[in-house]
Each structure stands twice: as C-alpha cells, then as structure tokens.
Design a protein around this ligand. Sequence first.
Ligand code: GLU
Length: 287
Amino acid sequence: MSDQIVTRFAPSPTGHLHLGHAYAALFAEAAARETGGRFLLRIEDIDGSRARPEFEQAILEDLTWLGLSWETPVRRQSDHLADYRKALERLRDLEIVYPCFCTRAEIRSEIARSPSAPQGPDGPLYPGICKNLGESERARRQVEGASFALRLNVEKALLTLGEQAGHIFWNEADSDAQPVNASLHGDVVIARKDIPTSYHLAVTVDDALQGITLVTRGLDLKPATHIHRLLQELLQLPPPRYHHHRLIADEAGQRLATRDKAKSLRTLRDQGMTPEDVRRAVGIPVK
Ligand code: GLU
C-alpha cells in the first residue's frame, strides 16, 4: 500500500553508537512500524580513512540489543560505487560539474584573503578558484596527474532546470513546504578526490534506489536537504518526505557527538542500562 512508509537509519561506522544514534534509529523504526511499513539500515562507509569494519559490526550488535530488526542484505555504500558513478555521469552529461584541484590549504588561504567570503551552514563557501579554469588548463592538470574532486556548478545547475529552479520544495513533517535554497552550500563537492561520490550524492542516490519514502534524521542535517532536493531534481529522482528530529543532548545541554567520546551505548549497557531504559531516556515509547 502506498501509505506504508519506508524509512532508514544510516549510520557511519566511524565510532560506537551513542544515545543520539539510538534515538535516530528508534525514531525511524517507529515511523515505519506505525504504518506497517519497512525499516532499512544503511552503512555509510564512503569515508575510507575513518570507517572501520569493527564499528560496523558493533553497530549491528548494538541495534540488535536495542531490539531493532531490519531487512537484509544491509546496503553498504562502499559496495555500490558503480551506482554513484552512474549518477555522476548524468551530472557530467548535463555539464554542471567541474574538476576542483584545490587542496584544503589553498581554499583556506583564498578565503582568508577575502574577508567578506559568503558563509554557508558549515562555514565559508568554496570561493570558486577552479570554477572558471579553461578547458585546456583543466586538461593539462589532469594529464599531469593532479588529483581532483568534482564540484557541482550550482549556477549552471539552476540554469539547466530553468523555470522549475524557483519552485523546488520539500515536504517536512509538521511544517509548511520548505523552499529550497540551492545556493546555500555553494558549489559542493559531489565526488571526492578518492572516491566517485560524496555524502550528498550517495545519500540522494541511495534513498531513491532503496525506495525510501520518509527520511528521518537529526536537525543538524536539515540544511543538507537543500542540496539533496536539488540533486533529486537534476537526476530526476522521486523526492521522499522528510522529518528532521530533535538532537539528544548530554546533561550539560551539549549535543552528543561521536568525536567527543559521548558515552557509547555499549558503555551504558555495561553499566546496567537496559534497552527499555534507553527508550525512556530518549523519549521513545517502550514497546
Ligand atoms: N551517515 C549520516 C550520519 O551518520 C546520516 C546521513 C543521513 O541520515 O542522511 O550522520
């Protein structure tokens, strides 16, 4: 039935899950189960320098301990690079991507030179150093073997969409339709130097391929939806609905984050917390 919704929990195996992840996973599962729908798990492991198989294994164990179950096989992004490559080809065919040879240091120093550099949700926007390189210069650098990322030329992307560009929205739970500001993040990287995708492209492609009808995730990722909706329009993928939920904070009111060594679920479990206690702690009804 079309009103049976399909949700997913999409952790990155770069550390152990904490209460914030538990909330996101339980929230997604509850949203699907309420409608007799489907709950999927996706392992977002395209960051080869940080993703580790032992964390993936720990994620499966922790979610099972929490009482969750999901369909198999689990989609692991690093197994599906061909899908992202295909999407990338379509964007290349539209001539709306360009190679970016910049190092982080080059971008930083260019931004430092222009104090009025426009800001996005994650800091200053890419200052466009490689945007206007001539074709022969691009070819020369590639022949020389310089590594490059691919960036979306948002200006050209909007021109490609024409009229439609000003009418992109997303459907956010308990809210009015959200108008897309496609330029919010500037010319984002859609394929990193080491891999034919980026977070934005992989999420967009996967949500469509997996038939996700409701994306649930933390409010911290709400700004990313502007790019995901733009990519969906460019790739002609069906837009899901979105529900960006609150973030779980620690006793000091700070948002939990893996890098801050927030107490992991396994530590809490070892200290005697039960799956029911976790549900109560994050405000998800105990089954
Ligand atoms: N992998 C992302 C994270 O762990 C979540 C991506 C998403 O839900 O869109 O933060």
